[in-house]
Design a protein around this ligand. Structure first.
Ligand SMILES: N[C@@H](CCC(=O)N[C@@H](CS)C(=O)NCC(=O)O)C(=O)O
Length: 200
């Protein structure tokens, strides 16, 4: 059985948990507390020298880190990962967008507000994260005006990559009132058979 190391309040970890539930995969979840620095122990660093969750350990001991790589590995041969080159490239386009133009803003603003309690010395950083985060939300809103899901008419791992932190963006102070297409997309994803909500 595969083992997944993660924290269910982390969007990067939740996206893996969500895919596992949508695919009804058998897995063992091992909770890792980031704030207690459990990613920095010698045992954990032996599995992922980068000291980050999520982490997948396969039945044969093979380790895989980076949330979107884990998603794509688990989704191989399922409808969540297309095989034709152009469709696959579009999925990856949105996953790279998530990691470079979305998560560093939206997830970090959420971390500053939810985990750190928005201390005074983080307010400037928090405000800067909002600028970048709204830009990413604008890009998503435009795409979701054209297609039901982010990379086309079918739900793929790209949707899970982006859903994870977007649907809790309000916990980082983002107001989604002016993003109706994103909010309708939330409803479509939450209606998928096997959907599981993120732990709060
Ligand atoms: N690019 C990585 C980011 C992973 C990441 O930043 N994980 C955070 C939790 S969301 C973490 O493990 N932080 C603990 C630490 O840096 O010590 C991914 O997508 O998996």
């Amino acid at each position: 059985m595969i083992r997944l190391y993660g924290d269910k309040r982390s969007g990067n970890c939740y996206k893996i948990q969500l895919l596992c539930e949508l695919l009804a995969l058998d897995y063992q979840w091992i909770d890792v507390d980031i704030l207690a620095k459990e990613t920095q122990t010698s045992e954990f660093l032996a599995l992922n020298p980068n000291g980050k969750i999520p982490l997948l350990v396969d039945a044969d001991g093979w380790c895989l880190s980076e949330s979107n790589a884990i998603l794509n590995y688990l989704a191989a041969s399922s409808d969540y990962l297309p095989v034709d080159a152009k469709s696959l490239a579009k999925v990856q386009q949105w996953q790279f967008f998530e990691q470079y133009s979305h998560e560093p803003y939206i997830a970090v603003a959420r971390y500053i507000q939810l985990y750190l309690g928005l201390p005074d010395d983080k307010v400037a950083e928090y405000n800067a994260k909002h600028q970048g985060g709204y830009k990413a939300l604008d890009v998503m809103e435009d795409q979701l005006a054209k297609t039901a899901f982010i990379a086309g008419e079918h739900c793929t791992v790209a949707d899970l990559s982006l859903y994870a932190y977007t649907h809790v963006a309000h916990q980082g102070g983002f107001d989604l009132a002016n993003y109706p297409n994103i909010r309708q997309w939330f409803t479509r994803i939450a209606g998928l058979p096997g959907y599981i909500a993120m732990e709060s």
